[in-house]
Ligand binder design. Structure first.
Ligand code: HEC
Ligand code: HEC
Length: 286
């Protein structure tokens, strides 16, 4: 009985250790997904919203990485030179803070290391270039209709105008809850925009599309629309200028017409004035 107990205890302990280490080595990937890192980063597949993390351990110290991943904004605010220049390079996109336990942090860093190749043969930027796809006029218009909510998303997610506006597209008003998307395509590129839409990593947007993912075709159309919106930035500026000129001219013409109308009415009223009649009558009686 005693020996049996001892053996079972050993087996249980061994089993526990095994599941722990097994769980740990597996966890990294799950955690990388759970904390939406993959929404903004790839490991050796090129830049998305944020930098490619391949071999990041060779570029930065472990303490730096841990501090940065926990709270990028603190690092930027404290003026850490690497954090600040990264922030500027990535067009002031804010990476959200992550409340990771130290074992979760270890697991994620291990996972990044494991997925990193021995030698990065191809520059991530070159890879990104290859992915550029072509968009048809149909893509643009469908994208616009999806964006404005004239077309509903298949999975019933909210339309983008609920939170966003695009300053170059002044045909429709949009929300001011989130950033103006006019410059987003230039900032994030096709792969970045698609990554944001496939897997929104910004907390508010993520919550809005939870269990209501966008379809690939919808993502493609929306990306086409955002691309077009970024290209028409110049044109739209001149268009809005001429619109405001038109408005001023229309305003002046309108005011002039109104003044003429008022003076016409006034003259008529004066002609049929009561005083004249009384005055004439009184003249007759004299
Ligand atoms: C919303 C998008 C987003 C999410 C989610 C995100 N990041 Fe980032 N990450 C960025 C951006 C953008 C940068 C570039 C620096 C900046 O703009 O602040 C960055 C920078 C980094 C860096 C520094 C890279 C370098 O070259 O030194 C590391 C490391 C990193 N992220 C790891 C992670 C990990 C791990 C997670 C998940 C726990 C994560 N990120 C989640 C967007 C994101
Ligand atoms: C519930 C509100 C909400 C909805 C709906 C929403 N977003 Fe967002 N989106 C956000 C927030 C918040 C951010 C983070 C940036 C910020 O703080 O404004 C963001 C960021 C983005 C970015 C990155 C912007 C940049 O330049 O850094 C893109 C691109 C984007 N959204 C596109 C879309 C598209 C396309 C749709 C429609 C499918 C959509 N969003 C729907 C709230 C929303």
């Amino acid at each position: 009985m005693k020996t049996f107990n001892r053996y079972t205890t050993i087996i249980i302990i061994l089993g526990f250790i095994c599941t722990c280490t097994y769980g740990q080595s597996n966890d990294g990937k799950a955690l990388f997904e759970k904390y939406s890192c993959q929404g903004c980063h790839t490991i050796n597949k090129g830049r998305l919203v944020g930098p490619d993390l391949a071999n990041i351990g060779d570029k930065r110290s472990e303490t730096w990485l841990k501090e940065f991943i926990r709270s990028p904004q603190t690092m930027i605010q404290n003026g850490d030179s690497i954090a600040v220049s990264l922030y500027e390079e990535y067009n002031n996109v804010v990476m959200p803070a992550n409340n990771l336990t130290s074992s979760e942090m270890e697991a994620i860093l291990q996972y990044i290391k494991k997925e990193s190749p021995e030698n990065v043969s191809e520059k991530p930027d070159q890879k990104r270039q290859k992915q550029a796809s072509t968009f048809t006029a149909n893509n643009f218009t469908t994208g616009e209709n999806l964006f404005t909510g004239q077309l509903r998303f298949f999975n019933k997610g909210p339309s983008c105008v609920t939170c966003h506006h695009i300053s170059t597209q002044n045909r429709f008003a949009g929300g001011n809850l989130a950033v103006d998307l006019a410059g987003s395509f230039k900032k994030l590129n096709e792969s970045g925009v698609k990554a944001v839409l496939r897997n929104p990593a910004f907390p508010v947007m993520k919550a809005a599309y939870k269990n209501k993912p966008l379809l690939d075709a919808e993502i493609h159309n929306l990306t086409a629309f955002l691309k077009k919106s970024s290209e028409t930035e110049q044109a739209a500026n001149t268009a809005s200028f001429s619109i405001s000129t038109k408005l001023i001219v229309l305003g002046l013409v309108g005011t002039a017409l109104l003044l003429i109308l008022i003076s016409l009415i006034w003259r008529k009223r004066k002609k049929q004035g009561v005083h004249d009649k009384i005055f004439n009558r009184q003249l007759k009686t004299i």
